[in-house]
Design a protein around this ligand. Sequence first.
Ligand SMILES: *[C@@H]1O[C@H](CO)[C@@H](O)[C@H](O)[C@H]1NC(C)=O
Ligand SMILES: *[C@@H]1O[C@H](CO)[C@@H](O)[C@H](O)[C@H]1NC(C)=O
Ligand SMILES: *[C@@H]1O[C@H](CO)[C@@H](O)[C@H](O)[C@H]1NC(C)=O
Length: 362
Amino acid sequence: MHFSRLIQDSLVLGLGLASLAAAMPKQIVARQSTWNPPSNLVTPLQQVWDHEVATYSNALGFKNYGYDQVMANGGYLNFCVRWDSSQNLSEAQRAQILTALQRSMKKWIDWLVGFDGFPYSSVPVNIVGYAVKSTSQLQGSTSGYDVYTTKDSGGIPECDPRCGRFFHQDGNYGSCPGGAARHYDQSLWLTDGFSGGAGGDWGQRIGTEYFLGAINSENIHILLHEMGHTFALDDFYDWTPTGVSNFIMLAGSSTVITDFDGWMMRDWWRHLKSRYNLSTPTSTTTTSRTTTAASTTRTTTPATTTTAVRTTTTTTTTRATTTGSSGGSPLYGQCGGTNWTGPTTCAQGTCTYSNAWYSQCL
Ligand SMILES: *[C@@H]1O[C@H](CO)[C@@H](O)[C@H](O)[C@H]1NC(C)=O
Ligand SMILES: *[C@@H]1O[C@H](CO)[C@@H](O)[C@H](O)[C@H]1NC(C)=O
Ligand SMILES: *[C@@H]1O[C@H](CO)[C@@H](O)[C@H](O)[C@H]1NC(C)=O
């Protein structure tokens, strides 16, 4: 059973970001190679970690976080774009989409570079495929892309499951027509009229209109937030850690990844890294931070055939499912999906289809 962590961030767009005080990017003065967060962040970081471990159903056993994907590949990430839209896409727009993904992913990865044994100085991002309603939507040359017109069970364009990491968490892409080199780790799922966003190990879903409107922005904040979920970071709908009130994972409170977000990510890395059998000690790691744009050349490094046991439990956030509501799943709770045995009605919200594996109360 490979349920993904999927969180709907319907609040993101609802808040007035212009009024936020902490929207200015903070200068990262010096990268630290060991766990040594600023003193004012120590307590809230511990609160977040304890909360995540207590509320995720298998926090330290799940094996498809963004970290796992980067490490399985040997230091890169492949995307497939689900173009769930009636619009056409020009070559120039597709180049912008790639640049936006690279710029956004780098903002997270830079928090790992040089930290505690993370072995890469950059993590190139490439787009290997597009799933569209009609091939005529992709104007110009589609060389370098696998183009899919297949749909998932909900009728939404879907990249070939045979090539998707979500469907092959053992890293075996033997059934992918292009082999491991053409696999994708995450989907960027762009949907007409979709507000807010959703993110998980499977990728990120945001609205077409929002994304295209923000595509050249330095900080595409909803995308950044959803990418945070891909790296195991939680939402903060029902509580706020002590002393921190503006950070990208607190939806609507920041348009940039803050120090607190970065240290929350590092907390995951330091707790997960033992599973990668890294050999070198951390303190001598060079902290050269390359600013080179991620290469658009697809690496042909095959995915490692790790023997990691795929977890059979979900990491869907279940924080609210313990509330003793009389009938149905709580707001943001799961209410359907393949093999889902829980409630299929919602105590609050409407059960909304996301994909074959997941419906959610929104
Ligand atoms: C659902 O359950 C059936 C029967 O146990 C199993 O064969 C199938 O793989 C499961 N599907 C998913 C998506 O986990
Ligand atoms: C998309 O492109 C096709 C083929 O070039 C064209 O026929 C169609 O009118 C375009 N659609 C839109 C919405 O621009
Ligand atoms: C790490 O080492 C353990 C023990 O030798 C082994 O079982 C595991 O498969 C290794 N993991 C990876 C990712 O190489």
